[in-house]
Design a protein around this ligand. Structure first.
Ligand code: SAM
Length: 208
């Protein structure tokens, strides 16, 4: 029997260029530009559009199914000019985005759900991605990361500390740790962690 094509093969993706003007991805030309890496089922992205009516948001989601479904949801709500979700690997995509300093905020919620050593190569947060985030953030721009795994939080703190362009911006001076999510929007996994009473490790850095 012939194999059926995935219904998501045509999920929207970044243009096939080495350098992409990030603002050109959206019809709306004004408002802070925000990136969400791995939005999954998209709750944060949709809530964020409501919480920050002037912000524009681009989601980069490696799973075509979720990128397409969330992108369709955004458009169905009439928000397609302010937001897109594209089916791309953030580890490759960020390096193509221009210009430096174009982005106000980067959100990464509950990345890296892999436990086997051989899956470490899939990790999103690594030195290459952190370097691209630091390049893309404007001065004072924010990187917000959350996870429900303490070891991963420690790993991210150590990784991000290596990039001197990013300064810890948590509750206490010198620490990236935040007790609450200040962005008026929750991710699907965050909501579930809250409902299950699981601790969530939240961290923020700003671009020097
Ligand atoms: C554990 S899920 C969390 C989903 C969502 N952020 C949340 O908090 O509910 C991790 C998400 O990151 C996506 N992801 C993993 N690697 C990625 C990559 N290299 N680029 C873009 N998205 C990625 C996965 O497909 C998945 O949707």
């Amino acid at each position: 029997m012939a194999r059926q094509a995935s219904p998501y093969v045509d999920a929207p993706r970044l243009p096939e260029q080495d350098e992409i003007d990030v603002a050109s991805l959206l019809a709306q030309t004004t408002g802070d530009l925000e990136l969400e890496i791995g939005p999954g089922r998209g709750m944060f992205l949709l809530e964020r559009l409501a919480a920050a009516p002037d912000a524009r948001v681009i989601g980069l989601e490696i799973r075509r199914k979720w990128s397409q479904l969330v992108d369709e949801k955004v458009r169905a709500r009439g928000l397609g000019a302010r937001a897109r979700v594209l089916a791309d690997d953030a580890r490759l995509a960020l390096a193509k985005l221009r210009p430096d300093g174009a982005v106000a905020r980067v959100f990464v919620h509950f990345p890296d759900p892999w436990w086997k050593k051989r899956h470490a190569k899939r990790f999103v947060i690594g030195d290459a991605l952190v370097g691209e985030i630091a390049r893309l953030l404007r001065p004072g721009g924010e990187l917000f990361v959350q996870t429900d795994v303490e070891d991963r939080a420690a790993q991210y703190v150590a990784e991000i500390a290596k990039d001197l362009r990013l300064s810890p911006a948590g509750d206490a001076p010198g620490s990236p740790r935040l007790s609450a999510n200040p962005y008026g929007a929750r991710s699907n996994r965050e909501k579930r962690a809250d409902e299950d009473g699981l601790p969530v490790h939240r961290m923020r850095w700003t671009r020097a």
